[in-house]
Design a protein around this ligand. Structure first.
Ligand code: FE2
Length: 156
């Protein structure tokens, strides 16, 4: 069989799977960054930001699972070790951030990084005629673009 279980060419899937595993890594690092913002934020906007950061990391957690399961659907193995995530993430760890605006700036730059990375995943997936993967990440891009606008509005 030259095709995988959903009829896509196996030889074209390796590039998509690699991109998705890199994206999965970026999501994990971003996820733990946002948990850090949730825990460490201080100041006058504590209650609203603490809550907003929780909403975001909860949705990131769901997306992480969808991306990993997409890798499996395509016939790959999702990365599942912190050492691999650290190596393959396009987002850097952001430690010891306490100021609300600094947290939001880190959050916006992480979202911008994800958006850019997902546009590339989408292009590679479409090249491989994998519309399912392209649609999955395109939806994330749309949601995250709106979040960038809202958090930038907060930053004024
Ligand atoms: Fe909490």
């Amino acid at each position: 069989m030259t095709t995988n279980q959903i009829g896509l060419e196996k030889k074209d899937m390796s590039a998509v799977i690699e991109k998705l595993n890199n994206l999965l890594s970026s999501y994990h690092v971003f996820y733990i960054n946002v948990r850090g913002y949730h825990w460490n934020v201080k100041g006058e906007h504590f209650f609203s930001l603490h809550q907003k950061f929780e909403e975001l990391y909860t949705s990131l957690q769901l997306q992480i699972d969808e991306i990993a399961e997409r890798v499996l659907t395509l016939g790959g193995t999702p990365l599942h070790a912190y050492s691999d995530f650290a190596q393959h993430s396009s987002i850097k760890e952001h430690k010891n951030v306490f100021n609300g605006k600094e947290c939001v700036k880190g959050l916006v730059s992480g979202l911008q990084e994800l958006i850019e990375e997902q546009r590339q995943v989408s292009a590679v997936a479409e090249e491989a005629e994998d519309q399912g993967t392209a649609d999955l990440v395109d939806e994330y891009v749309q949601q995250q673009e709106k979040l960038v606008w809202m958090y930038n509005a907060f930053l004024g």
